[in-house]
Write a protein that binds this ligand. Structure first.
Ligand code: EPZ
Length: 416
C-alpha cells in the first residue's frame, strides 16, 4: 500500500497546468461504443479510473490507442457486451456503458455497481429511464440484463438530479427511434462536454446545460475528434489548497467559467482570485475566513469540493457550517482531520467546523477520492509530518498530484 509523506506549514507558489476532467472523460470514452468509426480524444487525464474504463472497453472489443493525453478508440468490432463485476466494483462509472451498448447493439450485461464508501449510490433512475425507452431489464445474480430491439424516444422525468443517469440516458437517446426529453436533467459542465462530443459525432442534442435536454434519435453516429474539458474539481482542489496554505499560484489550461460557486466562496474566505478565459490566479496571504456552505447540483456548490472546503475551514478564523445534501456518508475525512488537531462536530448531514490556529502532522488514512484530496490539503497546512495511507484513492482522480504540488514548493513524497 503506497503512502504520501507531506511536510506542511509552508505557502504554495508558482504555476501548474490543470489536466482534463475525469468526470467528462469517463462518459466520453464510453460514447465511443455508439459508433463504428474512431473517436480521437485529446486532453485525457492520466488516471487509474481512465485506465479502468479503457480496459473495460478493450475487453468488449474496442481498439484503444493511447499515448500521454491522447486516446483514440474504435468500436468497429464489439465481441462482448458485458461489464464484469471484477471491473465494475473498482469503478462505479462503468455503469456508463449500459446506455451505449443498449442503444447500438440492443443488449447489455452490466454488473450492478454496488455501494461505495460515500453512499448507497443506486442506479434505479438509469434503469427506469431505459425502460421508459422500451428496454426490458432484469436484475440477476448482481447483473443488470438489458434488451431492446430498438430503443424508442420517450419523455423522461428524473425524480433526482443524477449526473451519470443523465449521461447514460442522453447517450442511449442518440440512436433511439424518435425524440427523447430528459427533464430535471443534470446541468454539470461534464454533461455539457459529453453532449458537445456526441454532437461532434452527429447526434442531435439541444438543451444541454439546462434541466431539460432534448435528443432527436439518428440512424448512426460517425467518428470525431474531441478535446476533453479541463477538470474543474482538480482546479478547485488546488485553489482551496492555496487558500489554506497561503501563497500565489497560477493555474493554466483551466476553465474558470465552470466553477463560479467555488470561486465566489474562496473570495469570501479572503483570497484574491483573477481569471482569464483559461487561467486562474489565486493570491492568499492571510488566515482564511470561515466559509459555510451547502452542497447541491450544478451550478450550486459541488459535493466533490465539500471535503476540500472542510480542510480549509479547519484553520479559518471562526466557525463554519457545512451541509452535504447529495450523499449520505460523505464526512469520513472528518475523523482523520481530528487526528491532525481539527475541531469538528457532525450532526446528521452537517459538519460544524471550529477553526484552529494550526494543525499538527500525524498519520491519517484516505477513505475515498475527495477525502484523500482533503487530507493532502490538511497535510500541506499542518506543521510537521503527515503520512497519508491508502492513497490509491487519490490516484483515481488526480493526475501526477505530487509532481504538481512539488512544483509549487510543497515537500511531498510517495512512500512504497
Ligand atoms: C457523479 O456521480 C460523479 N461521478 C461524482 O463524482 C459526483 O460526486 C456526483 O456525480 C454528484 O455530482 C462521475 O461523474 C463519474 P449522481 P453519480 O447520480 O452520477 C442519487 C468524484 O469524486 N441517485 O449525480 O454517481 C444518488 O444516490 C465522484 O469524482 C439515485 O437515487 O452521482 C445521489 O444521492 C464521486 N438513483 C444523487 O442521486 C440513481 O439512479 C446524485 O448522484 C442515480 C443517483
Amino acid at each position: 500500500m503506497q503512502k504520501l509523506n507531506i511536510r506542511g506549514g509552508k505557502p504554495l507558489n508558482g504555476s501548474v497546468r490543470i489536466s482534463g476532467a475525469k468526470n467528462a472523460a469517463l462518459p466520453i470514452i464510453s460514447a465511443s461504443l455508439l459508433s463504428a468509426e474512431p473517436l480521437a480524444l485529446t486532453n485525457v487525464p492520466q488516471l487509474n479510473d481512465i485506465g479502468t474504463m479503457v480496459k473495460l472497453l478493450a475487453q468488449m472489443g474496442v481498439k484503444a490507442d493511447r499515448s500521454a493525453e491522447s486516446l483514440t478508440l474504435s468500436a468497429a468490432n464489439i465481441t462482448d457486451k458485458t461489464a464484469p463485476y471484477e471491473l465494475v466494483k473498482t469503478m462505479r462509472a462503468s455503469i456508463l456503458v449500459l446506455g451505449p451498448l443498449l442503444a447500438r447493439f440492443g443488449e447489455a450485461k452490466v454488473s450492478l455497481p454496488g455501494g461505495c464508501a460515500i453512499g448507497a449510490r443506486p442506479v434505479d433512475l438509469h434503469i427506469k429511464g431505459l425502460e421508459a425507452m422500451g428496454a426490458s431489464i432484469t436484475i440477476e445474480a448482481g447483473y443488470i440484463l438489458a434488451r431492446a430491439a430498438k430503443l424508442k424516444g420517450a419523455r423522461i422525468l428524473m425524480e433526482t438530479v443524477t449526473v451519470t443517469g443523465t449521461e447514460n440516458l442522453m447517450m442511449a437517446a442518440c440512436l433511439a427511434d424518435g425524440t427523447t426529453t430528459l427533464e430535471n436533467a443534470a446541468r454539470e459542465p461534464e454533461v455539457v462536454d459529453l453532449a458537445l462530443c456526441l454532437i461532434a459525432m452527429g447526434a442531435k442534442i439541444t438543451g444541454h446545460g439546462t434541466d431539460k435536454i432534448t435528443v432527436v434519435g439518428v440512424e448512426k453516429l460517425h467518428g470525431a475528434r474531441y478535446a476533453v474539458m479541463p477538470d474543474r474539481i482538480e482546479t478547485g482542489t488546488f485553489l482551496a489548497a492555496v487558500a489554506a496554505t497561503g501563497g500565489d499560484v497560477t493555474l493554466t489550461n483551466a476553465a474558470p467559467d465552470t466553477l463560479d460557486a467555488v470561486i465566489d466562496r474562496l473570495r469570501e474566505s479572503g483570497a484574491t482570485i483573477t481569471a482569464t478565459a483559461d487561467t486562474l490566479r489565486i493570491v492568499a496571504n492571510k488566515r482564511p475566513k470561515p466559509i459555510s456552505l451547502k452542497t447541491a447540483p450544478y451550478p450550486a456548490f459541488p459535493t466533490d469540493m465539500q471535503a476540500q472546503f472542510i480542510a480549509l475551514n479547519c484553520v479559518a478564523s471562526g466557525t463554519a457550517v457545512v451541509t452535504e445534501t447529495i450523499f449520505e456518508n460523505r464526512f469520513m475525512h472528518v475523523q482523520e482531520l481530528v487526528r491532525l488537531g481539527a475541531k469538528i462536530e457532525i450532526e446528521g448531514n452537517t459538519a460544524i467546523v471550529h477553526g484552529v490556529e494550526k494543525l499538527t502532522g500525524a498519520g491519517v488514512m484516505a477513505t475515498d477520492l475527495r477525502a484523500s484530496a482533503c487530507l493532502v490539503i490538511a497535510g500541506l497546512v499542518a506543521h510537521g509530518e503527515t503520512i497519508i495511507d491508502r492513497i490509491y484513492h487519490l490516484d483515481r482522480g488526480y493526475d501526477h498530484i505530487e509532481a504538481k504540488l512539488t512544483a509549487l514548493g510543497a515537500q511531498i513524497e510517495r512512500l512504497n
